[in-house]
Design a protein around this ligand. Structure first.
Ligand code: HEM
Length: 287
């Protein structure tokens, strides 16, 4: 399914010789795949992906006062739609992890309607922008290094290694929130139970005590997979395998289908304290 989705987007611009990959490929592909895996029916995917993107701005963005009102309205609409989707999946169950959660909720009373609705909302955000940004960051890192891109084109078995190094150096979730369950001391800093902690995953990924020459991109790095871009411990990212597969699929499909792929103008990033990825990714190739 994921292959079909990615190929479908590339089909639309392959003959053209230039494209803006965030808008024309990554945004739609990550949403379509993430929503399908969640179990959102195909005919509601377009509506759900339009709604879901507001969450990153709501949680971590820097909207002006006027924008804050719009963001709040859009979050309200997203909450409503998530409820409608849960109700619809109750009526016509299918495959996917939300239908699975609905099934489990028949036995487990702690999974009430509000929890299912929240799962629908946060699950889609978890699956969409994170993966879209990680794929865009990966393409930037690789296309800025034409020799590495060429090596991947010639030998696709290198892709999984490239994906890990890109996830390490191009984290799409730069920091995350935690609340301390017990008092502890970390790096000489005391943290009380119940205190909020901001963990900067991107900094850990570049820790020179952990990685040799951490700011260098190294396709031969053997421990790149020990990055913290998916978090760690009990709440480690539930979609890490899917995200890795999607990023690899995008790299392999573009490397195979767009010969001579190179970057266009320098990317701009939107103001966000945690989610990181270019707003646009302009590229060209020999059609
Ligand atoms: C490159 C893409 C992705 C990145 C960088 C990413 C990153 C993260 C991070 C940092 C966390 C918090 C981990 C922690 O607290 O230790 C997380 C949690 C989570 N992610 Fe992802 N994620 C990605 C893709 C996905 C996808 C595709 C899905 C779903 C299909 C997903 C579902 C989840 C869920 C459900 C959680 C919560 C896990 C829990 O609290 O037990 N993520 N992710």
């Amino acid at each position: 399914m994921a292959h079909r989705v990615v190929d479908g987007y590339i089909d639309k611009f392959q003959a053209r010789g230039s494209a803006e990959l965030v808008g024309e490929l990554l945004w739609g592909a990550a949403a379509d795949i993430g929503l399908a895996v969640a179990g959102v029916p195909e005919d509601r995917i377009a509506e759900a992906r339009e709604c879901a993107v507001v969450t990153a701005d709501f949680w971590w963005g820097r909207p002006t006062e006027d924008e804050q009102i719009q963001v709040a309205h859009r979050m309200g609409r997203w909450w409503q739609l998530a409820g409608e989707l849960v109700a619809e999946l109750r009526r016509r169950p299918g495959a996917g992890w939300i239908p699975h959660a609905i099934e489990v909720a028949r036995e487990d009373r702690s999974l009430d309607e509000a929890v299912l609705q929240t799962m629908m909302m946060s699950g889609l955000v978890a699956a969409h922008e994170t993966t879209m940004n990680a794929a865009a960051n990966a393409l930037l890192l690789l296309l800025e290094r034409p020799a590495v891109w060429e090596a991947l084109r010639e030998d696709p078995t290198l892709t999984p290694r490239a994906v890990e190094e890109c996830l390490r150096l191009g984290a799409s979730v730069m920091c995350w929130r935690r609340r301390a369950a017990a008092p502890l001391t970390l790096g000489g800093q005391s943290i009380e139970a119940g205190e909020d902690v901001l963990i900067v995953l991107d900094s850990a990924n570049r820790d020179e005590r952990r990685f040799c020459d951490p700011d260098e991109f190294d396709l031969d790095r053997r421990d790149a997979h020990r990055h913290l871009s998916f978090g760690s411990g009990e709440h480690v990212c539930a979609g890490a395998a899917l995200a890795r597969m999607e990023i690899a699929l995008v790299i392999d499909s573009l490397a195979t289908r767009l010969p001579g792929l190179s970057l266009g103008r320098a990317p701009r990033y939107r103001a966000n304290a945690s989610f990181r990825g270019p707003i646009r990714l302009d590229v060209r190739w020999h059609p």
